[in-house]
Design a protein around this ligand. Sequence first.
Ligand code: FES
Ligand code: FES
Length: 161
Amino acid sequence: MILRFTVNRKSVELETEPDCRVVDILREDLGLFGTKEGCGSGECGACTVLVDGEPRLSCLMLAAQLQGREVTTIEGLGTADSPHPIQSAMALHGGVQCGFCTPGMALTAAEFLTRQPAPDRLAIREALAGNFCRCTGYQKIVDAVQEASLVMAGNDRKKKP
Ligand code: FES
Ligand code: FES
């Protein structure tokens, strides 16, 4: 099939099998290695990307389900010069150790903060419950999401006249 979709605001067209996994298309066809594959079976959240703004597990999603949709991977969340507040906060608070869970964690958190701008720690933990981390013990990641929420609230205030 010819698959057409948008990734990180760029249009993509490629030939693939309809049952090819989205994680493989992102990594192998498009070279977007920020998307990680952990379990490959929908358990760990490492492969999370945003599809039409919603967190989705790219190891469970097939090419045919991507037709015409809009994907954001970690490469599209921010840049080295202009990181998303969650990316800055993860670095600042030591929420990144081996980094394997970080792309999925950051995309999940970024989408969560658009829905819930001032979450408490319990709400953050619940939002990240599908993303496993073997390294950090989660405290630093929760700290980072709280910090990002404060930064984003400050940015919003600055934008208002
Ligand atoms: S690799 Fe997709 S959920 Fe673990
Ligand atoms: S930082 Fe290593 S799995 Fe989370």
